[in-house]
Design a binder for this molecule. Structure first.
Ligand SMILES: O=c1ccn([C@@H]2O[C@H](COP(=O)(O)O)[C@@H](O)[C@H]2O)c(=O)[nH]1
Length: 297
């Protein structure tokens, strides 16, 4: 029976959504694995000649999605930039997520939540699944309070065909002070986290699992061995474009994981607006590069 029509045991009314990993693999082939970052910062909105208001933000996002049309696999709203305008900004994020999904893309909310377990239940209910507050297909989290604290998000993702991306190695160098700290057993914090993620994905036993990792595209070759510890994870790779990494860097540095990677670009595309044609040219350039890199291996 196709996963799309499988039903949760004991529940005859609610179909289980197809798994995020399966939906991403299909979209990566049909469109490209590119993840389009939607970061409506004050400086970008003003650079477009718009008011930094709820209306200006909505116009900004609609224009980006108009340019992306049905050519992008994943849209990643950066929650922080929506939150800064309060409830109005968050309402725009909800609308943007609906619009991206109606264009056939997956919506990955980049909110990097990381609290203790009981509170994570609230964040999971806010972000993940069609019946959540914001209707995301995936969200980012941080594990500074421990991976067990993230269980409510991980379990909800498994139940509703969503995904969770745990920050393992960030794209900014100052994060490495924590991520490269060493455990007594000789593993770095990032390596130990990667191993724990793989244990959870292995328990699910369905190939690529619902717990992904964030690994900056800016990672150097020597540090990319952490990816060998994540054989069952999708990898979100921010840092392409404005932070200096290229799609070719991702292919070269990420090795076998490159095929499971979502290279993410925000400013390098968004700065081409407000012209839809300018945005579309930039989107297509990164999309084609990502698609070619993905199909070459
Ligand atoms: O390690 C990380 C994790 C997340 N990000 C986010 O990705 C985008 C990057 O934007 P660019 O304009 O393409 O540099 C942004 O939303 C970050 O918060 C990251 O950069 N690094």
């Amino acid at each position: 029976m196709p996963a799309a029509v499988r039903r949760e045991s004991g529940n005859t009314s609610r179909p289980v959504a197809r798994r995020f990993a399966d939906r991403f693999v299909d979209l990566a082939q049909a469109r490209s694995p590119l993840c389009l970052g939607l970061d409506p910062s004050e400086d970008l909105i003003r650079h477009w000649g718009l008011d930094d208001s709820v209306e200006g933000m909505h116009r900004f996002c609609q224009t980006v999605l108009e340019a992306a049309a049905d050519e992008i696999a994943v849209v990643k709203p950066q929650c922080g930039f929506f939150e800064r305008l309060g409830p109005g900004g968050m309402d725009v994020m909800a609308k943007v997520i609906r619009q991206a999904k109606s264009q056939g893309a997956l919506a990955l909310i980049d909110c990097k939540r990381g609290d203790f377990a009981r509170t994570m239940t609230g964040y999971a209910q806010a972000m993940l699944g069609d019946d959540s507050g914001f209707g995301g297909d995936a969200m980012t989290v941080t594990a500074y309070l421990g991976l067990d604290a993230l269980r409510p998000v991980i379990d909800r993702a498994a139940a509703c065909g969503a995904a969770v991306f745990v920050v393992v190695r960030s794209s900014n160098a100052d994060g490495h002070f924590l991520q490269k700290a060493m455990h007594d057993d000789g593993r770095t914090v990032a390596e130990a986290l990667a191993d724990s993620i793989t244990v959870i994905n292995r328990e699910t036993g369905e190939g690529i699992g619902h717990v992904g990792a964030v690994i900056g595209a800016t990672i150097d070759a020597a540090d990319s061995t952490v990816l060998d510890r994540l054989p069952l994870s999708l990898v979100l790779a921010p840092g392409v474009g404005a932070q200096g990494a290229t799609i070719s860097d991702v292919k070269a540095r990420f090795g076998r994981a490159a095929k499971r990677t979502l290279p993410s670009v925000s400013r390098a595309i968004l700065a081409k607006g407000p012209s839809v044609a300018g945005l579309r040219t930039a989107i297509r350039r990164y999309r084609d590069e990502a698609w070619a890199a993905n199909s070459e291996q």
